[in-house]
Design a protein around this ligand. Structure first.
Ligand SMILES: Cc1ncc(COP(=O)(O)O)c(C=O)c1O
Length: 574
């Protein structure tokens, strides 16, 4: 049946993105036109899909919805009396995409007029690290030659920006692991620079072999032929969605790119709520109901994505829920895509990760990468483990066809270094274990601050994320600040307090919910030396720069939630 799906849903011609009045649409009659020979059933889809409501919250804010003790628009009064604008940020791996709501103003720090000079001594928590890119390294700002898109990318260098506008910045928006490249890996990469030739589309045999060993050590025996490598797991996920065809079920909330990729492909993401305190997995009974209803309405959901453990919530699905999901997937004939990019960053490494590839091996694809466990997002390498059997063969062939036309092969030197990494030498295994401990310690400390401020926070179990819910103090926040959505709250935190977070609505969460995605991976320091110290520290929380960030967060949350504390220019920083 799965194989038949591929035949029924052939590759389609690309669709054109159209921007109209701030919204992005995919348009064109080609949505309904398969590339493959005519006569096959036509791809579903309306041919037109509203993807984004960019700037909505900003417009609301501009209409003057801000009130309460802060009787000036956010952004005014900061930075020694100058107006500071925050806009236009491309938050990199968490680029807010189609399908979700773009949080307005999660963006580039831009001082109106000339930059505000830093006065007085430098704070232990340095100013302006929200973006992470080095000031003066953005050629566009200096009239330099690079294109606008490149100018909004994440840092080329670990050197942090120093956008000194008078308030310290808490960088809690990026899903970046924030750790230096281990020396052993630098050496492995520099030994591989001679690899100039194209390699196999599926990846070097040595990398596929190493990946097979990596999965076997996690209870997933794998043949090297079942491994497909790509330039990051993101393109592999896109390729998989394209290869499988049809609509996709995704957890609500879930990582921004799943829905965005589906929309780019002209298919529809179906958001399905997760069980309480279990992120990354659609509630199985709801999944079944949604798939049946969608099919009855003429839309064919063919795959479901799970994230183990999860971004944005930092939590892990329970084995019993995974069992039920696999049963539902079998009944509904769905392919399961299990994104396990964070699996090696469990805070308690003895907790097993319930991969659906164990329960439903014939219908599960697993993806992972080195971007998080070894903080190598900029190296761009990902791997996919395809299921065996005829169905798996068909999917693999399609994925390879797509890879061949889009990326040809992942970078040769990176693959060689990645083969070394997936071989898990002791030095790297220790490194990943140390980073897991650091993530756990800091994420929990940050979670504690949100809990103390009155938010409900599902206990973070993995990686460097938490997902506080301000629902319990919604009325108070509305009374003080006049805010009613997570987008409003994230704009307020950024504009007034220099605290960058992402609203849950960017991850498909319900709009009125006051949930935020908080990423802690950029708190470990601003230099490689500081970050190495954080990794090695018995108690990283007492390092001055981490202690300072936590203290600042306490101040921000205390001010945010206290109606007594009116904003006073010059109050921040002390
Ligand atoms: C859940 C999840 N999957 C996949 C990715 C993409 O990672 P990469 O393309 O670097 O492998 C990310 C990055 O933020 C992520 O959070």
């Amino acid at each position: 049946m799965i194989e038949a799906q591929y035949a029924r849903f052939p590759l389609r011609q690309a669709t054109r993105p159209v921007v109209h009045q701030g919204n992005v649409h995919l348009a064109g009659p080609d949505l309904a036109q398969p590339l493959a020979p005519p006569g096959l059933p036509q791809q579903q889809g309306k041919g037109r899909m509203r993807l984004q409501a960019a700037g909505e919250g900003r417009r609301e804010r501009d209409r003057g919805r801000w009130k309460g003790s802060h009787d000036h628009p956010p952004g005014r009064g900061l930075g020694l009396g100058r107006k500071v604008c925050f806009r236009g940020l491309n938050p990199g791996q968490d680029v807010l995409g189609v399908g979700g709501e773009t949080p307005p103003g999660i963006g580039e720090l831009r001082a109106a007029g000339r930059p505000v000079e830093q006065r007085g001594p430098r704070l232990p928590l340095q100013c302006g690290e929200l973006l992470g890119y080095g000031r003066g390294r953005v050629p566009e700002r200096r009239g330099g030659g690079r294109d606008a898109a490149a100018a909004r990318e994440l840092p080329e260098q670990p050197e942090p920006a120093k956008i000194e506008h008078g308030i310290p910045v808490l960088p809690l928006a990026f899903g970046e692991a924030g750790l230096p490249v281990p020396p052993a890996l630098r050496e492995a990469l520099s030994a591989a620079t001679g690899r100039g030739a194209y390699g196999p589309v599926a990846g070097l045999a040595s990398l596929r072999q190493a990946a097979a060993g990596y999965w076997a050590r996690r209870g997933l025996p794998t043949e090297a032929e079942r491994v497909v490598c790509g330039p990051g797991s993101k393109p592999l996920l896109f390729g998989l969605l394209l290869a499988i065809g049809g609509d996709v079920a995704v957890p609500k909330p879930s990582w921004v790119s799943y829905a965005a990729q589906a929309a780019l492909l002209g298919t529809q993401p179906h958001f399905i709520a997760t069980p309480p305190n279990e992120g990354g997995i659609p509630e199985p009974a709801l999944l079944a109901r949604t798939v049946k209803a969608a099919r009855a309405a003429g839309r064919e959901i063919r795959s479901v994505i799970v994230t183990l453990p999860d971004n944005p919530t930092g939590t892990l699905a329970r084995p019993a829920t995974m069992q039920r999901l696999c049963t539902a997937a079998a009944e509904l004939d769905l392919i399961i895509i299990s994104d396990e990019i964070y699996r090696d960053l469990m805070h308690d490494p003895t907790v097993p990760v319930p991969s659906p590839a164990i329960i439903a091996p014939d219908r599960t694809v697993v993806t992972t990468a080195l971007s998080k466990s070894l903080a190598l997002g900029g190296w761009r390498i990902g791997i996919a483990r395809l299921p065996g059997g005829r169905h798996g063969d068909a999917l693999r062939n399609r994925l390879l066809g797509i890879g061949s036309e889009i990326w040809s092969t992942p970078s040769g030197p990176i693959q060689q270094a990645a083969a070394y990494a997936f071989g898990e030498p002791e030095v790297l295994a220790n490194r990943i274990a140390a980073s897991g401990r650091l993530h756990a310690r800091v994420a929990r400390a940050v979670a504690d601050r949100f809990v103390a401020a009155g938010a409900h926070v599902p206990t973070p179990q993995a990686a460097f994320y938490l997902y506080p819910d301000f629902g319990p103090i919604r009325d108070r926040l509305h009374r003080i600040h006049g805010i009613g959505t997570a987008a409003d709250l994230s704009v307020l935190l950024l504009d007034r307090y220099g605290t960058g977070v992402l609203p849950g609505s960017a991850f498909g969460d319900d709009n009125p919910a006051l949930r935020l995605r908080v990423a802690t991976g950029l708190l470990y320091g601003t230099t490689d030396a500081e970050r190495e110290q954080a990794l090695a520290a018995e108690d990283p929380l007492i390092l001055p720069w981490i202690a300072s960030a936590l203290a600042r967060l306490e101040e921000v949350l205390a001010d945010l939630t206290s109606s007594a504390t009116a904003y006073r220019p010059g109050y921040w920083p002390r």
